[in-house]
Write a protein that binds this ligand. Structure first.
Ligand code: PEP
Ligand code: MN
Length: 339
């Protein structure tokens, strides 16, 4: 961090702030000239915020030069994090993995039809919401524990891993019993109590980007989980809120490149919640592969017009199968491999 003092600031003001920094075990390197009083802060600056320093008299500008996240950062770990799951599935590195399934688990029959369809098309991980974070309290809220049981049952029947969203920390033991990957939804990305609790879990966490979260805020949420000891995190770009209304959200495809620069964690794309329209999913999936994402999570339904949630963005099984075929073709051209 670099601190520039105001023109005319006093030695007393300078001493006050530098003593504070030294009390935090930080070193101060003075690089002032005659014209400007300026110093660098050396050490672990993740414990202080630029805003803390603006509280001191005489401070003109504070600039961060290193990232506020440590464990999630590329500089913490040189290679890519690769998460090893059952059935030999790997997430991260050179791997591209496809997760697919309904927005909500609605019934055993519904889940089995969709799971069979995605498995046949080549997906390895079954998604499906059991606890649904709906905008309206009157909308379908999910089958809850019965939904978790169905995911496990059908996952085991078809050798598919399962991922589903957790609404709150008290349900962690239940989720650990039934699922392979615990999803943190966009609305909970900054539920720090939940993130801390997940830091103690042994399950990998799929961390969705918040509705209006910056890339730094998203990585700070990953840091919360990692600080607790759980370093198996899969980041998921699912579109962010912008002024654009045509699509449900704006897919920030460049965030994949940013995250890969900044972090060693794997990052996948959810084109379904980004676009909100099934007609766009095929092409956005190809773009996800091309941009270097480590995988996809896609909503699929056998009967989207009767889906209890997110039918408009759900691919029919035949369209999902076509999408997988297109991905294979693009993977060949890019010399990539789809698991
Ligand atoms: C979901 O995956 O069904 C979901 C609710 O996603 P998000 O948290 O990205 O809105
Ligand atoms: Mn959904």
């Amino acid at each position: 961090m670099i601190v520039q003092m105001k023109k005319g600031s006093t030695k007393k003001e300078y001493d006050h702030i530098t003593e504070f920094l030294k009390s935090k075990n930080l070193e101060v390197k003075d690089v002032s000239s005659e014209a400007v009083r300026i110093f660098g802060i050396i050490g672990d600056t993740s414990t202080i915020e630029p805003a803390d320093l603006y509280a001191f008299d005489g401070v003109q500008e504070v600039t961060r030069v290193s990232t506020p996240f440590k464990k999630a950062s590329r500089s913490f770990k040189k290679g890519d994090t690769i998460i090893h799951l059952n059935h030999g599935i790997e997430i991260g590195g050179d791997q591209f993995v496809v997760m697919a399934g309904p927005c909500s688990v609605e019934s055993e029959e519904q889940l089995r039809i969709i799971a069979k369809g995605i498995k046949k098309a080549g997906a390895h991980i079954l998604r499906g919401g059991a606890y649904k974070p709906r905008t309206s309290p009157y909308a379908f809220q999910g089958l809850e524990e019965d939904g978790l049981k169905l995911l496990r049952k059908i996952g085991d029947e078809l050798d598919l891993l399962v991922v589903t969203e957790i609404p709150s920390a008290d349900l962690i033991p239940l989720f650990e019993q039934y699922v392979d990957i615990i999803q943190v939804g966009a609305r909970n990305m900054q539920n720090f109590h939940l993130l801390k609790a997940l830091g103690k879990s042994k399950k990998p966490i799929l961390l969705k980007r918040g509705l209006s979260a910056t890339i730094e805020e998203w990585l700070m949420s990953a840091e919360y989980i990692m600080a607790g000891g759980n370093e198996e995190i899969i980041l998921c770009e699912r579109g962010i809120r912008t002024y654009e209304k045509y699509t449900r959200n704006t897919l920030d495809i460049s965030s994949v490149l940013a995250v890969k620069d900044l972090s060693h964690l794997p990052v996948i794309i959810d084109p379904s919640h980004a676009a909100g329209r099934w007609t766009m999913i095929d092409k956005l999936s190809l773009a996800s592969l091309a941009v270097g994402a480590h995988g996809l999570i896609v909503e699929v339904h056998h009967d989207p017009t009767h889906a209890l949630s997110d039918g408009a963005q759900s691919l029919k099984i035949n369209k999902f199968t076509e999408m997988m075929e297109h991905l294979e073709k693009v993977a060949d051209v890019l010399e990539k491999k789809i698991q």
